[in-house]
Design a protein around this ligand. Structure first.
Ligand code: ATP
Ligand code: MG
Length: 377
C-alpha cells in the first residue's frame, strides 16, 4: 500500500488527538475525519471535513489511508460497509471489525453476545411497546431501562424501582428501541483496557472508576483483578483491537460486564503517565498491525478536567495544579468551546497516594481556572 497517510481515524475529538500524538511520535502520518473547524485532532493533523454518518466522507478518508480505526463507536456499521464498497477497500482495513462494531452499537446484541459466550452480565430483554408487562415480568424490580442505540454519559439510562416507575418512562420506550435489564447493586464500578490481535491478547490493570453526574471522572488502581472477565467480554463480541471494558463489582466480589467500547477509553488515560506503554500507542500498533507491547507500569490515577461555570483562563488552572502538586501531568484537549461538565482535559499522577493527589490537583486546577491570572508582567 502506498497511500498518502498511514493511519486514518474516524473522529476528531480528544481520543483521536491523543492517538494521533502516539502515532506521530512513531513517525506515522495521520488523517482524521471530523466535521467542523478547530477540532482537537484537526489542530495537530490533517482533517478531512465530513460527517461520520456519511459513507462518501468515510470512503474519502479510506482512499487516503493505509489503515483505519475509530474513536467513536457510533459511526454506523452499515455506513462503514458501504464506504468500503465505494472506496474499493477490504473490510479488514479498519479495526475494530465492522461485525464487532455492529454488535457493540446495540446494547441488547451486546448483552446477548455475553450471555451466549457464558460471560457474566446482567440479564436483559427488549421492551415491546405493545406488551411492556412481559419485559417487567422477565426482569423484575428494580431494573434499568436503556436505549439500545446511541447512549453515552448515562443519557438513555433510567432506573425503575417499581412498575409505575417503568410506566412513567413510557414516552421514551414506546417509540421502540429500548431494553430493560437487571439492576446490579454494585459495590464499585471497574474498568479494564483489553487488547487483542490475531496473535496476542493482553490487559492493562483493573481500575476503579467514580462517576459524577453520570460522567466517569476519577480513575485509580482498584486493588482487584477483573482481567479474565474483561477478556471474555472482548472474545464474546469476537473483538480485535483495543477495548475499554466497564464492569460492576458486586458485594460478593463477583464481576459482571456492563459494556465495552471498541477504542481508547476515558478510563485508560492514566496510561499516558504510568511509565509503560499507553493505551493510545497500543491502539495505534493494533490498527497498524504492529506487535503489541506488554503493559507494565506504576500505580497512577487520572482525574478529568470538566468545564466549569466561572472559567477564566485554563492556563492559570494548569499553573496552579503544577504549583500545588508538582508531579501532576495535565493533558488539555484544545476544544474550541468549554461548557460546564464537558471533558476538556485530564490530569494524571503516579505514586502511592495517587487517588488523593489527583483529587487535590484537580481542585487546584479548578481554583486557578476560575481566578484572574497572576500578573507576570
Ligand atoms: N444494570 C445496571 N445496574 C445498576 N446500575 C447500572 C446498570 N447499568 C448502568 N448502570 C449505571 O448507569 C451508568 C451508565 O450506564 P451505561 O454505562 O450502560 O450507559 P452509557 O450511557 O453508555 O454510559 P457511559 O457513556 O457513561 O459509559 C453506569 O456507569 C452505572 O453507574
Ligand atoms: Mg458506560
Amino acid at each position: 500500500m502506498n497511500r498518502p497517510y498511514d493511519l486514518g481515524i474516524l473522529g476528531g475529538g480528544q481520543l483521536a488527538r491523543m492517538s494521533t500524538q502516539a502515532a506521530q511520535r512513531m513517525g506515522l502520518k495521520v488523517a482524521c475525519l471530523e466535521h467542523g473547524t478547530d477540532t482537537p485532532a484537526g489542530q495537530i493533523t490533517t482533517q478531512i471535513n465530513g460527517f461520520l454518518t456519511d459513507s462518501h466522507a468515510i470512503a474519502e478518508i479510506m482512499e487516503l489511508c493505509d489503515f483505519l480505526t475509530l474513536e467513536n463507536e457510533f459511526v454506523p456499521a452499515h455506513m462503514i460497509r458501504s464506504a468500503c464498497e465505494i472506496a474499493g477497500r477490504d473490510e479488514d482495513c479498519i479495526l475494530p471489525g465492522i461485525d464487532t462494531l455492529e454488535t457493540i452499537q446495540d446494547k441488547l446484541l451486546q448483552r446477548q453476545a455475553y450471555a451466549r459466550y457464558g460471560a457474566p452480565t446482567p440479564k436483559a430483554v427488549p421492551i415491546n411497546p405493545d406488551d411492556p408487562k412481559s419485559a417487567m415480568d422477565a426482569i423484575g424490580f428494580p431494573c434499568v431501562l436503556k436505549a439500545r442505540f446511541g447512549g453515552y454519559d448515562g443519557k438513555g439510562t433510567r432506573t425503575a424501582m417499581t412498575p409505575p416507575d417503568f410506566v412513567k418512562y413510557e414516552d421514551l420506550w414506546k417509540q421502540g428501541g429500548w431494553l430493560v435489564e437487571e439492576f446490579v447493586p454494585f459495590r464499585r464500578e471497574l474498568a479494564v483496557m483489553v487488547y487483542r490481535s490475531k496473535t496476542d491478547t493482553g490487559v492493562f490493570p483493573t481500575m476503579e472508576t467514580i462517576q459524577t453526574n453520570h460522567v466517569c471522572d476519577l480513575v485509580f488502581p482498584s486493588g482487584t483483578d477483573a482481567r479474565a472477565v474483561a477478556i471474555s467480554a472482548v472474545e464474546a463480541v469476537d473483538g480485535y483491537g483495543l477495548f475499554g471494558v466497564e464492569l460492576f463489582e458486586t458485594e460478593r466480589g463477583d464481576f459482571l460486564i456492563n459494556e465495552i467500547a471498541p477504542r481508547p477509553h476515558n478510563t485508560g488515560h492514566y496510561t499516558l503517565d504510568w511509565g509503560g506503554i499507553s493505551q493510545f500507542e497500543q491502539h495505534v500498533r493494533l490498527a497498524m498491525h504492529f506487535p503489541c507491547e506488554k503493559p507494565v507500569g506504576q500505580d497512577c490515577a487520572m482525574a478529568n478536567l470538566l468545564g466549569i461555570e466561572n472559567a477564566v483562563d485554563w492556563k492559570n488552572g494548569l499553573r496552579q495544579a503544577m504549583i500545588d502538586v508538582p508531579n501532576c501531568h495535565v493533558h488539555w484537549y484544545g476544544k474550541a468551546e468549554s461548557r460546564p461538565g464537558r471533558k476538556m482535559g485530564h490530569l494524571n499522577i503516579q505514586g502511592d497516594n495517587c487517588r488523593d493527589l489527583a483529587d487535590k490537583a484537580r481542585e487546584s486546577f479548578y481554583r486557578g481556572w476560575a481566578a484572574p491570572g497572576p500578573d507576570l508582567g
